[in-house]
Ligand binder design. Sequence first.
Ligand code: GDP
Length: 286
Amino acid sequence: LFPVLLHFILSASTPYNTLPSVLLVGPSGAGKTALLTLYERGLLPKTEKPAPAQTHTSQTPASVELAVNEDGTSSFRDDLDASGSTAKKFLLVDTPGHAKLRRFALSRLRNIPTTTSTGKTSKAKKDSKLKAVVFVVDAAALADSDGRGDSLAATAEYLYEVLLALQKRMGSSQTSRMPSSVPVLVAANKLDLFSALPAALVKSQLETEIGRIRKTRSRGLLDSGVGADDLAATEESDNWLGEYGSEKFTFAQMLEFYTEVDVIGGNVAGDGPGADKWWKWIAERI
Ligand code: GDP
């Protein structure tokens, strides 16, 4: 009996089943892996220098276990074990930014019921532990955008997909129980580079571009020739991001779907505001 009990205790305490998680998403090259490494290294002794993490290109997500103190005020540089404080642990999960591999991140956000091997339908247990999404943006690349299939368009496209997935997560509940809402931090990264757009401009440019994408997509639905009947109209409103029929898109419209979106600037490398504000944002939501 003892080995069985031991096995049960060990598997029940496997952190990967129980820890709250924060998903790192965003286009390739934005700095997701660099940020993950920074937060992970923050807990290591200063003398130890781990090899820099490789950019994450595999299909499986890389994740690190991190911790904040009970009231969420500790820094990622604090060694919580040494200070003896009660820590809240969580997983920071990196996802591939390449367009062909985004399904992983998007399906986690939708919280779609999955069929288990026994044929029963169940919501993925892990997803109820999803606490937040950090969408990393290269603010320097956005500044270079010139309107020709550029970084702004590509970044906005992915963010649009992420927000629509979260909107559908909140809207598609079959039962009376609401799925947990997932706040989004748009981390305007690389502010150490003088060419980078400040956070306020990153916000307005992304909102404008997402508004443009929204318009294009809805026109696509209407042009398909079924726009006149009711079914198509419902479908259109389901696929419309934010306030239905509104002229301009703003992140604030996501509040209608209980999805908070904040844009905060920072940097992982070089001199600048650093990554402390992002950490604080995350810590407050664990
Ligand atoms: P990922 O594809 O989103 O995981 O991006 P990476 O973490 O691999 O970063 C892409 C490149 O941007 C790397 O060369 C990083 O060193 C660089 N990078 C990441 N963050 C910053 C930053 O804050 N400032 C600058 N100047 N470079 C950064």
